[in-house]
Design a protein around this ligand. Structure first.
Ligand code: COA
Ligand code: ZN
Length: 312
């Protein structure tokens, strides 16, 4: 059975655009519950400027108070050197650096050109100097909502430049849900050939309903690492019209049904997913949490038993 590794991003990508501050205690309780579900990784929070992302201003406290489960990596999003310092002080297992492959999206999200972002992240990588593993998330790899197409060659170039700096992994992000399955197949074929020894993770948003189709294309192309967000929450605050990540429990349910080994206890996960709306105080796009698993059968109506000649 092929092993698939899931990184749960709900408390970072999911919570960063929630309109109301989610109490720190609720974040910690949710991460602790998710830690019991079998995830390979949890992206706990981000060490960004509290003015830019006020929702995650409690990053230190969250990292300090969660109960770390052996075997689960606690990764954090880091935009700059200051963030890297804070993350290492908080004993993050991995730093997830971020920049966009689209110039306009990078300016909108990080307020600098790609060249400046790359130089700044290069400094971070050199400063960390192997003390903590580094992953780089490349945003808008499948298209930019402001610029349109982002050429595959551009994604390849940034991926290569970071690989040459010795990062452990790269996450190829469809930040605003523009990817389609044929594009995903091509992307994963090219990148796996180019970087056979790097951990490659795919990060999809379901903005246009293609999220699970894209997971399928990636997994059939040999990808074994995915980001997902509980309940399908999420979205980049600097991408117009962005909406939720692929829903973790829906993606895991699909891959489970297909015979992949996700390492996740889906019943436990669905129990956690079912209390997510009470934490965020609104409905979430998740489907399996509402409909149940395909193996959760329902009793037939009495008349069906009668038609079958059975006593109800
Ligand atoms: N942690 C805490 N504070 C930080 C910080 C960090 N990592 N980076 C910058 N700051 C603070 C600075 O100290 C400064 O504070 P001050 O105004 O009190 O002096 C303020 O933020 C502005 O700093 P500056 O260096 O001018 O940065 P900026 O305003 O250009 O912001 C980013 C740059 C990248 C730090 C900021 O835009 C950011 O955090 N963006 C979030 C990106 C993100 O997570 N997007 C969603 C995920 S893709
Ligand atoms: Zn995202």
């Amino acid at each position: 059975m092929t092993r698939i590794y899931f990184n749960e991003v709900v408390t970072r990508d999911g919570f960063q655009i929630e309109p109301n501050f989610i109490p720190t205690d609720d974040k910690i309780a949710l991460i602790d519950a998710l830690s019991q579900c079998g995830y390979a990784k949890i992206e706990t929070t981000s060490f960004t400027s509290p003015k830019s992302i006020p929702m995650l201003r409690d990053a230190e406290e969250v990292m300090g108070r969660i109960q770390r489960v052996p075997g689960v990596e606690y990764t954090v999003l880091v935009p700059n050197l200051r963030g890297a310092e804070r993350a290492m002080e908080s004993r993050a297992d991995e730093l997830n650096l971020v920049m966009s492959t689209s110039e306009t999206h990078n300016l909108a999200n990080l307020r600098m050109t790609r060249a400046k972002s790359f130089a700044a992240l290069e400094d971070v990588i050199k400063h960390v100097d192997g003390r903590t593993p580094i992953n780089v998330s490349l945003s808008a790899c499948f298209g930019c909502p402001m610029e349109g197409d982002v050429h595959l060659e551009v994604v390849q170039q940034f991926a290569q430049r970071f690989a040459d700096l010795g990062v452990r992994g790269l996450t190829i992000c469809d930040t605003t849900g523009m990817a389609h399955p044929a594009q995903v197949s091509r992307m994963v074929e090219v990148l796996q050939t180019q970087l056979p020894h790097k951990q490659l993770t795919l990060h999809f948003h379901n903005t246009r309903g293609m999220g699970l189709a894209n997971v399928l294309a990636a997994v059939q192309g040999g990808i074994t690492r995915f980001d997902g967000s509980l309940g399908g929450l999420g979205g980049c605050p600097y991408a117009p019209g962005a909406s939720g990540n692929i829903c973790s429990e829906d993606a895991i349910h699909m891959l489970d049904a297909m015979g992949y080994d996700t390492g996740i206890d889906l019943n436990k996960l669905l129990n956690v997913a079912r209390y997510l709306p009470s934490i965020v105080d609104h409905e979430v796009p998740s489907q399996v949490a509402k409909a149940g698993r395909i193996t959760d059968l329902h009793p037939a109506p009495d008349y069906v038993h009668e038609l079958k000649g059975e006593t109800a």
